[in-house]
Write a protein that binds this ligand. Sequence first.
Ligand code: OAS
Length: 270
Amino acid sequence: MSDFLEELARRHQLAAANAYPATSVVSDFANSLINWLFPEHTGHVMADPVLLKEYGRKLEKQLETLLLPMQHQLPEEAGHISRAFMSRVPMIYDELTKDANAIFQGDPAATCLYEVIRAYPGFYAIAFYRMAHALYELKIPLLPRMITELAHARTGIDIHPGAVIAPFFCIDHGTGIVIGETTVIGQHVKLYQGVTLGALSIEKTMARSKRHPTIEEHVVIYAGATILGGDTVIGHHSVIGGNVWLIRSVEPFSRIYYKAEHKYLESNHE
Ligand SMILES: CC(=O)OC[C@H](N)C(=O)O
C-alpha cells in the first residue's frame, strides 16, 4: 500500500475512534427542539399537553442517543447529561421569548412576533446559540460548535457557543455578524449586519484568555463595525456607528462614529 493510502487508513481509524454524530442527526435534534418550543417556526403544532410531554421525552432520548457514541469524551454519563440539558430548556425558552420580543420591538419592519419566529435569521441564530451554549456549559465537545455552525450556514450569523449573551438580544438582518468565543454581551443589545465582536490576531498559547470584547447593556452597534480585544469594554447605553474600528474601551453613553478621510466626489457631468 502506498504511503498515501496508509496515511488515509490512519485518518479513518482515528475518525472511527472519535465517533461524533452525523451532522444531519444533530440538525434534526436542534430543529425539533426549536419547533417544540416555538411551533410558529415551522407551523407544526401540538396543542395537546400529553403530546407535548411525550415530545419532550422523545427529545431527551434523542439527545442521549446522539451523545452515546462520544460517551468516552463526556464528563458524565450520556443519560445524565441529556436530563441536565432538558432541565435547562425552560430557561432557554424564557430567554428566547425575551429575544424574540427584543427583535420585534427593535425592528419597525417586524409586523408581529410570529413573523420574527418564523422568518427572522436573527431569531434562528440566537435560538441555536442558546441551545449550543447550554451544551457548551455541560462540557460537551464539538456538538455545540456543530449546532452554531448549522445556524451560521443558514443565516450567515456566526456566534461561538462559548459567548455569554444576556436576554433581550436583538439582531437585525444579521448577515455577516461574527461573535467570538469569549465575548460577553449585556441585556438589550442590538446589532446590525456585518458587526464583528472579535479577537486580535494573537498567539495560539493565548487560547484560554479573554480575547473578545465586553458589550454592556443597552448598546447599539451599527452595520460593519469591528470591535476587537478582550480588554475592550463598550460602556452601557453607547452607540457605535457603522464601519467603526475599535480596539479600546469607551465610556458609558458614548457616541462613536466613523469619520471618512475622503469626501465622496460629486460629478457635475450630465
Ligand atoms: C471572532 C474572532 O475574531 O475570533 C478570532 C479567533 N477565532 C479567536 O477566537 O481568537
